[in-house]
Ligand binder design. Structure first.
Ligand code: SF4
Length: 521
């Protein structure tokens, strides 16, 4: 059995089946780490709760909405802002967070009246915003406040507003993944079908499981618009509440993050017969294949190919510049769920880095199976690791960089391992052709930055070398490069702007002629 036992977890024997080492050419389908189970008592998990999964991951990227949590302020505060899911309406949904701030007396006497006052107060504070989501938390669920009834009462009294309620308290499922499921199902059950959209193209999609982290959605929208595709809604990054009530009129659901949003795609297929196409916006090859698939579905493959050719010619030399300098670097790929299989193979193939470990906090066994299949032999796969296991793994594997969230990332910094935020990014967007080069540049800067070495120097002893000054690219990443790579006329460093979205938001798109609609007999 390839199970890996951590020294630090020997006192929690149940943890042993949550980590495996992938043997060379080994088929791990019969020895996957256990996954998506309740956290074992004694192991301090770094998972988010089901409320966090519903609100922070899926609900709050919706841009024209007041998002209220009915519970203690701590639940809201911990799920505010950290993911940088921006929007083109001046980031309204990121600027403010709202909570009913339940206290002990509300737990004893109930908090429905307070909730109603809070809803009305929030709408009065932002009179132009007419849409709201309300999230149940552990406290409001345990005392049994009827949030749906309060929301219905307010909608009766204020006919111009619409409110969506998500009953996904923290304890509803082993991890945030339980909340993803709940909010997917609640949205299609309660809201889809309520708005009739204007159809302006022969090719109409919902873009699902995309959260516009630092502009990812806007980059992908650029490709769709260049293909003449109408995007009815995005679930949910940069998405509009009313657009998402019109999801039932799409011809195709294009699904990006299958871990968090396949549920609504499956329901849309069952209820409205809309097919689902899984795509991947990360990496030149997966993105090109995705655009081709969408093009083939609609019979506009030529439009997809034109974009692929243009973008590849423009950005591939820049990706290859970084590949030359990243080859052989070791990476721990420790995101939340689906990125471990979205990224594992393609960062190796297109950037040359070796994935020495994958982990997931809330992914299911299927995510782990796909992730393990796509990484190299010898990689350590861990389900729901605790902090001590993470440190032990880093000390053993000695990665050059880790891609993870802010909690393990801060720990990595303490032991001088560079870290990139896999959830919120550093200098994203990272989707799209240019975005993938930006990701490579962020990896390059994380690995070669001298900051971690400088952090080891005790400046009070005044023993910093002054003869070389600051260490530069030529002294670090280029020391062992071949003359061919060094003098190549085909490779070049990233040439894009720091803010790659500003021009995109001003762009004007060509209109495409539509097919004549046949008269019904
Ligand atoms: S587990 Fe419960 S109390 Fe904790 S943040 Fe989640 S909803 Fe709030």
């Amino acid at each position: 059995m390839p199970y890996h036992e951590f020294e630090c977890s020997k006192c929690i024997p149940e943890r042993k089946k949550h980590a495996v080492t992938k043997g060379l050419c080994e088929d791990l389908t019969s020895a996957l780490p256990l996954g998506y189970l309740n956290t074992i008592p004694g192991s301090i998990s770094e998972r988010g709760c089901a409320y966090c999964g519903a609100k922070h991951v899926i609900g709050t990227p919706m841009k024209d909405v007041i998002h209220i949590s009915h519970g203690p302020v701590g639940c809201t505060y911990d799920t505010w802002q950290t993911k940088r899911y921006i929007s083109d309406n001046d980031n309204f949904q990121l600027k403010y967070t709202y909570a009913t701030d339940m206290k002990e007396k509300n737990v004893v006497f109930g908090a429905e009246k307070m909730l109603k006052q809070n809803i009305i107060e929030a709408f009065r504070a932002f009179p132009k915003i007419k849409r709201m989501t309300i999230y149940q938390t552990c406290a409001s669920a345990l005392i049994g406040d009827d949030i749906n009834a309060v929301a219905a009462e307010v909608m009766d009294e204020m006919p111009d507003v619409d409110i969506f309620v998500c009953n996904s308290p923290g304890f509803k499922g082993p991890s945030q993944s339980g909340g993803h499921h709940t909010i997917n199902i609640a949205w299609i059950k309660d809201k889809v079908g309520q708005v009739e959209p204007e159809i302006t193209s022969d090719y109409v999609i919902n873009y699902v499981g995309e959260y516009n982290i630092q502009g990812d959605q806007e980059v992908m929208m650029d490709y769709f618009k260049r293909m003449g595709i109408q995007v009815l809604s995005t679930f949910t990054g940069n998405g509009s509440y009313d657009d998402l009530r019109a999801m039932h009129r799409a011809h195709l659901n294009v699904l990006e993050c299958a871990r968090s949003a396949e549920y609504i795609c499956n329901e849309l297929r069952v209820k409205y017969g809309i097919p689902r196409l899984d795509i991947d916006g990360f990496g030149f090859e997966p993105l090109s294949a995705s655009l081709k698939k969408i093009g083939l579905f609609f019979g506009i493959g030529d439009r997809a190919q034109k974009i692929i050719d243009e973008e590849t010619a423009k950005w591939k030399p820049e990706l290859d510049w970084y590949k030359e300098r990243l080859k052989g670097k070791k990476v721990c790929l420790w995101p939340g769920g689906s990125k471990l299989w979205h990224w594992a193979h393609v960062i190796h193939a297109e950037m040359g880095v070796e994935v020495v470990s994958v982990y997931t906090k809330f992914g299911h066994q299927g995510d782990m199976e796909k992730g393990i299949a796509r990484c190299e032999g010898g990689a350590l796969a861990i389900d729901d690791p605790n902090e001590l296991e993470g440190v032990e793994a880093m000390l053993k594997l000695k990665p050059d960089v880790i891609f993870t969230g802010k909690r393990p990332g801060e720990v990595a910094k303490k032991i001088r391992v560079p870290y990139l935020n896999a959830h919120a990014y550093h200098n994203g967007p990272w989707k799209g052709y240019e975005g993938w080069v930006r990701f490579a540049r962020d990896i390059y800067n994380a690995i070669y930055s001298p900051i971690h070495k400088l952090a080891l120097v005790d400046i009070s002893k005044d023993d910093i070398r002054t003869d070389k000054g600051f260490v530069t690219q030529r002294m670090l990443s280029d020391t062992n490069l071949s003359e061919e790579a060094l003098s190549s006329a085909d490779l070049r460093q990233y040439t894009g702007k720091y803010d790659s979205l500003a021009d995109l938001r001003k762009k004007v798109y060509p209109s495409f002629e539509r097919q004549p609609v046949e008269a019904e007999v």
